[in-house]
Design a protein around this ligand. Structure first.
Ligand code: SF4
Ligand code: ZN
Length: 709
């Protein structure tokens, strides 16, 4: 037997033994009927569920799983067989980690790692992964001989937007090396036991179930999905023992190449398991092996610029200056001008720069753009990106938009030399890079003089915001002559296609009709294609021949009949990254709407995760549909079933968030005042009987409506 397969089998046997012992001990202690589950997932023990279809719910269920695990370890010399043993190790790791959660324990409460990654986080990663905003996923594990080496590698991934999961002592080594960690920073410490690596493996596996419509038990389909659609890879630091090698074999079986920093000599498997002993080469080699290409952005600014800094928080104590609408006038405006009115790459500061000694400033960020193909409708699309781009600067925090913003600059960024002109450079370069198809010239003016900012806000910005709002309000599905597809999520959900209309944004919440229109203009062969509003079949459900035809083309035949406004009759497909899910509540003849962030129970008897697992993967599920938050207050929301009057329950946070707009729509459509008062939430009830009592007491309009079925 080769050294490699020897190690793999040795590790697999060791893990199998540990797992069997741990399962037996747990059953002896708690009984076979003791329930067991990872927190906040609808996919049981995800590896076991996806690979075999078995739903582990009690400790007793695990005994059979241990049997399956052992049967995967054949001790045959063949590499394919050895990789199966690697999968056995993954199953063992999942069981060992799962057992840590027995009896409501919180094993990671006092650990620097987070342990199991809940479903909602995976759903939230959908869009950044498909847009390439997160170009890949790195798993970094072990203990580096020199801490600064691993910190450097991880910072490099961070600067490239790669999502990095850490396992083992590299966590502390990265912390020492000044790596900023957290989900928002795209560096996620998982845990210290090598088994905690399973928590990133199940992210990939659940992605296959959530987005890919891979059926539980379809092991071949699962491995095909992770190999071809999850751009993950593994880096190990330091000596590797048999268990690590065997876990690595599991990774390879899933299609994730492993780069180790010791010399494996002839035991290397080209393309799958390679040695890179020079840490300066680790990142390059890893990206190459996984075929990940990074669009590098070199900007003339003195601080780092990367998506990974978007979530950085700057506390008061670390803050050099602040621009905040709570204290001073502020505005952000992108305005379309004639080519002759814009001086390309001119950056003007009107007022003092941030080195004048003051702490609080007014700020108007005024961007003039011109281009032969520019349209006024794209102003807001570009303007909304200011938030992300300012945040990408290390040491800059930005929240809000338009005249309600807050920007903080850290002491460190200031000391590095960051000044206002760099804000202008960032805007100029990013606009010319991302919007080059419509913007030929761009000029930036940053006004900090308080009186001048106020004047700009009153005379230029506010009138423009108001005009845009009027236009948006008048932009109904009836008022336009085309809709758009969005198939961005097909890289994860191959059968999915959103149809984006003015009154129905994409289910991720990130793509409005204007965004789709701009995307199409910027990239005519890209993910958003126009759908002419031809061949109306049925107005009530929003059924069009052209929609059916183009969705059928876009989904390669998977979906051929789809309505825009019905949840019961051929509803739109869901990919998995939806902000909310709407589901039928049969007792009341109504619908509940649940947002991704809500963790509790609903009157449908299911959590968000459980509801969400009923839909997704690009399939149509009558009675359930994923959608964006803003869609709830739309006149087209479940229009065919009677509209928003059917909403009976929402989590409180969601209800409060959409209340103003939802109430305005209910008033306009049905003359109902304060409609949200009729809608229950978790502070009122989560049981269906209590819900019915509440609706009756309030005389909710749904009670007078026709039965749904
Ligand atoms: Fe994905 Fe639909 Fe959002 Fe496009 S609009 S990114 S397909 S969820
Ligand atoms: Zn999606």
């Amino acid at each position: 037997m080769s050294v490699l397969t020897d190690l793999i089998y040795g590790g697999s046997h060791a893990v199998a033994g540990l797992t069997e012992g741990a399962v037996n001990d747990a059953i002896a202690k708690y009984g076979a009927d003791q329930e067991i589950a990872f927190p906040d997932t609808a996919y049981f023990f995800p590896t076991i569920y996806a690979a075999t279809g078995v739903k582990v719910k009690t400790l007793g269920d695990l005994t059979a799983c241990v049997g399956v695990l052992k049967s995967l370890i054949t001790d045959q010399e063949d590499l394919g067989q050895a990789l199966n043993a690697g999968l056995a190790t993954a199953v063992g790791a999942e069981i060992l980690e799962g057992l840590k959660y027995v009896n409501g324990a919180e094993p990671y409460a006092n650990d620097s790692g987070i342990g199991f990654v809940p479903d909602p986080i995976i759903r939230s990663l959908g869009v950044p992964l498909v847009t390439g905003d997160i170009p890949g996923v790195a798993v970094v594990l072990g203990k580096a001989a020199a801490a600064e080496d691993v910190a450097k590698v991880v910072k490099d991934y961070q600067s490239k937007g790669i999502m990095t999961f850490l396992v083992g002592d590299v966590i502390e080594q990265c912390a020492e090396g000044g790596v900023k960690m957290g989900l928002e920073m795209r560096v996620v410490p998982l845990g210290h036991d090598v088994t905690s690596v399973i928590h990133v493996v199940t992210v990939a596996i659940r992605a296959a179930l959530i987005f890919g419509n891979v059926q539980p038990g379809d092991l071949a389909g699962l491995l095909d999905y992770t190999k071809n659609r999850v751009p993950a890879f593994v880096n190990t630091f330091g000596e590797i023992d048999a268990v690590v090698v065997s876990a690595g074999a599991g990774a390879i079986a899933l299609g994730f190449p492993v780069v180790v920093d010791i010399d494996l000599g002839e035991n290397q498997v080209p393309g799958a398991l390679e040695s890179v002993c020079d840490h300066a080469e680790t990142v390059k080699k890893s990206l190459e092996l996984r075929g990940i290409k990074i669009k590098s952005k070199e900007l003339p600014i003195p601080v780092a610029f990367a998506a990974a800094f978007e979530g950085e928080i700057i506390r008061k104590a670390d803050m050099k200056v602040e621009f905040w609408s709570g204290k001073n006038p502020t505005a952000e405006l992108v305005l379309m001008k004639d080519l002759s009115e814009v001086e390309d790459h001119k950056i003007t500061i009107e007022g003092s720069d941030i080195d004048c000694g003051e702490k609080d400033f007014a700020l108007a960020t005024y961007v003039k753009v011109a281009g032969k193909k520019m349209q006024a409708d794209f102003e807001s699309v570009i303007e909304r990106k200011i938030h992300a781009w300012f945040n990408y600067m290390e040491g800059v925090m930005h929240t809000g938009q338009r005249n309600q913003i807050r920007i903080r600059v850290s002491n460190a960024a200031y000391d590095a030399g960051l000044r206002l002109k760099h804000f202008g450079e960032v805007l100029y370069h990013m606009i010319m890079d991302e919007f080059d198809a419509v913007v030929d010239k761009c000029e930036v003016t940053l006004i900090t003089d308080k009186a001048a900012t106020q004047k700009f806000l009153d005379e230029v910005a506010m009138p423009r915001y108001n005009a845009r709002d009027d236009r948006l309000a008048s932009m109904t599905d009836e008022a336009v002559d085309q809709f758009y597809t969005c198939i961005l999520c097909q890289s994860f959900a191959p059968a999915h296609c959103c149809v984006v209309t003015p009154e129905r944004l994409g289910l991720c919440g990130a793509v409005s009709w204007l965004d789709a229109k701009a995307t199409n203009e910027l990239n005519p062969n890209g993910p958003c294609q126009p759908i002419p509003k031809d061949g109306l079949i049925d107005e009530r459900t929003g059924r069009y021949e052209a929609v059916n035809r183009i969705v059928e083309e876009a989904t390669h035949g998977a979906v051929s009949s789809v309505t825009l406004y019905s949840i019961l009759e051929d509803p739109m497909t869901s990919c998995g990254c939806f902000e909310c899910i709407c589901g039928i509540e049969p007792a009341s003849n109504g619908f509940i709407v649940v947002n991704r962030e809500y963790k509790g129970m609903t009157p449908a008897g299911m959590t968000f995760g459980e509801l969400a697992s009923c839909t997704g993967g690009g399939v149509q599920t009558p009675g359930y549909m994923g959608h964006g938050r803003h869609f709830i207050s739309s006149k087209k929301f479940i229009y065919a079933e009677g509209g928003i009057e059917r909403i009976v329950w929402m989590p409180k946070e969601l209800k409060d968030d959409v209340a103003d707009k939802l109430n305005a729509t209910a008033k306009e459509l049905y003359g109902i005042d304060n409609f949200t008062d009729f809608v229950a939430d978790e502070t009122i009830c989560t049981e269906v009987d209590d819900l019915m009592n509440f609706l009756t007491e309030k005389n909710h309009p749904v009670l007078a409506m026709e039965p749904l079925m």
